[in-house]
Design a protein around this ligand. Structure first.
Ligand SMILES: [Zn+2]
Length: 306
């Protein structure tokens, strides 16, 4: 009997050790699949985060350099942002004068495994018209993410980079990209016909961020601030906008949270128009996804013109 009890005890000890062991293994593997396996992607500002997430979903972990509520046209990276870059596999930026700090930042860090993605590569660009703007910011209008067509180019450039660094999940990234691309096309088709049916084509906004959206849908924008959100307009410019709004029967003045809403409000009062929020998506606002913000923009533009 004594022998049997000893045996029983020994078995119990062995069993509990085995169980303990397997629990530990399980914990370890859960931790690694939650964090360690994800591809670290750093993006410069919000729309690129949206596109990266649409393609990479739960296979990637995204860090956005420009914080929420900060205007990316004015941003300069801090030391902690550069540290994020040293640990990343992929870095995505928009280009076209949105991030003048990129070259300097990349040359100051040591990360040979970093894949750098110029997301605007291959897109169909609109030239800046003002000589001063060209001198300071370069030839092209950078706001390509506000075109549903050019958004596909940015998402594809990001997809190609993810496939390159994580070949084994190629099908996953391709499938997500196709789905995202289809939803962009379907929103485009819907508003192409809605906006195409209208006589009025001109709207007034705070920051001239919507040239690509206008090109997609045959619309015209006039704005309080320029392409690079340079600040408050001159009295002459304001007078010109008042004339424009009156001549074009403008009933709505759009405002962006990060441009100068006060000037837009003054203008709206002057021409008896209402003020309506519009999203540049340069920063995450009202927790809206890219698709939600674009749909709301198009719907608000449509309602203001019909
Ligand atoms: Zn802008």
């Amino acid at each position: 009997m004594k022998k049997f009890i000893t045996l029983l005890l020994m078995t119990a000890i062995v069993l509990s050790t085995l169980v303990g062991c397997s629990t530990n293994e399980k914990e370890k593997s859960t931790i690694s699949s939650d964090k360690g396996d994800k591809i670290k992607v750093v993006v410069s500002f919000n729309p690129l985060r949206e596109f990266a997430m649409a393609v990479g979903k739960d296979k990637i972990q995204v860090v956005t350099m420009v914080p929420e509520g900060v205007e990316p046209h004015d941003f300069e990276p801090k030391v902690k942002d550069l540290l994020e870059l040293t640990e990343a596999k992929v870095f995505v930026y928009n280009g076209l004068g949105m991030e003048n700090w990129v070259d300097k930042s990349l040359s100051s860090i040591d990360n040979k495994n970093l894949n750098v993605v110029d997301a605007s590569k291959g897109s169909n660009l609109i030239k800046n018209t003002s000589e001063d703007v060209i001198k300071e910011h370069g030839q092209y209008d950078p706001h390509i993410w506000l075109s549903l067509q050019e958004a596909k180019v940015e998402a594809k450039n990001i997809k190609d980079a993810l496939v390159k660094v994580d070949e084994k999940n190629k099908d996953y990234y391709e499938k997500n990209y196709e789905e995202f691309s289809k939803s962009l096309d379907s929103l485009y088709t819907e508003y192409k016909s809605k906006l195409g049916s209208l006589q009025n084509k001109s709207f007034v906004t705070g920051h001239a961020a919507f040239a690509y959206l206008c090109r997609d849908f045959g619309l015209n924008q006039q704005s309080v601030e320029g392409v690079f959100a340079e600040g408050e307009p001159t009295a002459a410019k304001l007078k010109e906008l008042v004339e424009y709004a009156k001549n074009n029967n403008v009933k709505t003045i759009f405002v962006e949270e990060l441009a100068s809403p006060k000037v837009s409000e003054t203008l709206a009062n002057e021409v008896n128009a209402k003020v309506q929020k519009i999203y540049t998506i340069e920063s995450k606002e009202d927790s809206k996804t890219y698709m939600d913000a674009m749909r709301e923009n198009l719907d608000n533009i449509y309602n203001s013109l019909k």
